[in-house]
Design a protein around this ligand. Structure first.
Ligand SMILES: Cc1ncc(COP(=O)(O)O)c(C=O)c1O
Length: 379
């Protein structure tokens, strides 16, 4: 039985080169980076080198990069502290955000007396930029929090345009870039964002480590209180092996970006076309079948016609050795299901499967998946 992993938007396998650079930090370079002795200084130097690597890739200052435990912490910190430290009273977001963002904003709405506006999105998850601009007319200190690439449907934000609109309207801009970091070449000299959130395990780095970018103009207070780590911004002994691995993974992602993107797009195109040709009434959620910048090239979200067999598709793909995720829009009265597909207005009776690719997938795997789906849905 083949084992095929097509759930790379959930997590990616660690690159062997990343593991290699991480290993010494478990057994040889184990000092606490806050210690002033030689062991500690060696660990500190590794963290600062990693910070420089990340800052160089993103074209920002090392003082703007803060390591965290992952995307969730980075999102929570940026949004909460925009409210608590920078006086934000109005947050504009969308119903398609990851729960790390949505639940943080909903919590602040209940506890911090802020107003939340949801920008209109169309049936493919595209933001209505005119509506966004009109929401920013509110004369209160505000934050726009919109994800760069949607983790379920791959729809991408025009991040340059939103950054520009935020600047014109004196709104802060936070973008959850957890899905796009490592799959997009950010140049922070060109895009004016205030906060970004990233997570290493989405780009062949280790789990439990990420970073936030905080533009130097924004002086926020820590979200996690404790020691003076991360320049007083985030208490807690640093995950050194993770941080070293994150920086290596991001370097690898940037250095082979064009090659990997072209290769993965080839896989996605092949799978999308083969499914269209071979399975009747297949549709694609979001912009995910697009091969341009309106969709993240690593995600293809497929909607299948309703049938008992299609309902069992995820389960049967798993039995057949194919790991994917999926779901459907919430049926009325239930909150089980995808809040993203529900917000798009997707039909709850149509099951959806999210295929998400990495450079480690192959064309024969795509063929196997198509043939397996044929058997599962048509037989
Ligand atoms: C868009 C998005 N934001 C945030 C997160 C949370 O990241 P982490 O798992 O590193 O906390 C994820 C993870 O799935 C994600 O896809």
């Amino acid at each position: 039985l083949q084992k095929i992993y097509l759930d790379n938007a959930a997590s990616t396998p660690l690159s062997p080169e990343v593991l290699e650079v991480m290993l010494p930090y478990f057994t040889q370079i184990y000092g606490n980076p806050s210690s002033i002795h030689a062991h500690g200084r060696q660990a500190r130097a590794a963290i600062e080198k990693a910070r420089k690597q990340v800052a160089n890739l993103l074209h920002c200052s090392t003082s703007e990069v803060f390591f965290t435990s992952g995307g969730t912490e980075a999102d929570n910190t940026a949004i909460s502290q925009a409210v608590h430290s920078l006086g934000v009273q109005h947050i504009i977001t969308s119903k398609l955000e990851h729960h790390a963002v949505l639940h943080t904003i909903q919590y602040l709405e209940k506890t911090a007396n802020i107003t939340v506006s949801y920008v209109t999105t169309d049936s493919r998850g595209n933001v209505d930029y005119d509506h966004l601009q009109s929401l920013m007319a509110w004369p209160k200190a505000g934050l726009v929090s919109l994800m760069h690439a949607n983790n379920e449907i791959g729809t991408m934000l025009n991040i340059d345009l939103v950054a520009e609109l935020c600047m014109q309207n004196a709104y802060l801009f936070h973008s959850d870039t957890v899905q796009s970091m490592g799959h997009y070449l950010f140049d922070l000299q060109q895009i004016k964002v205030d906060f970004l959130a990233a997570s290493a395990h989405k780009f062949h780095g280790p789990k439990g480590v990420g970073f936030m970018y905080i533009n130097t103009e924004n002086k926020i207070k820590p979200y996690l209180h404790g020691g003076a780590q991360e320049r007083n911004m985030r208490g807690g002994t640093e995950n050194i092996s993770g941080i070293v691995g994150l920086a290596k993974a991001l370097e690898l992602a940037y250095s082979s970006f064009e090659k990997d993107k072209a290769y993965i797009l080839g896989l996605k195109k092949h799978l999308a076309n083969a499914l269209l040709e071979q399975i009747p009434d297949v549709e694609f959620n979001g912009n995910s079948a697009n091969l341009d910048d309106s969709s993240l090239y690593t995600v293809l979200n497929v909607s299948f016609p309703p049938s008992e067999k299609a309902d069992m598709l995820l389960f049967n793909l798993d039995i057949a050795g194919v790991s994917v995720s999926g779901g459907s829009a919430c049926a009325s009265g239930s909150d089980i299901g995808s809040h993203v597909l529900t917000a798009l207005g997707a039909a709850p009776e149509r099951p959806s499967v999210r295929f998400s690719f990495s450079k480690f997938n192959t064309m024969p795997e795509m063929e196997y998946v198509v043939q397996t789906i044929r058997q599962l849905v048509l037989a």
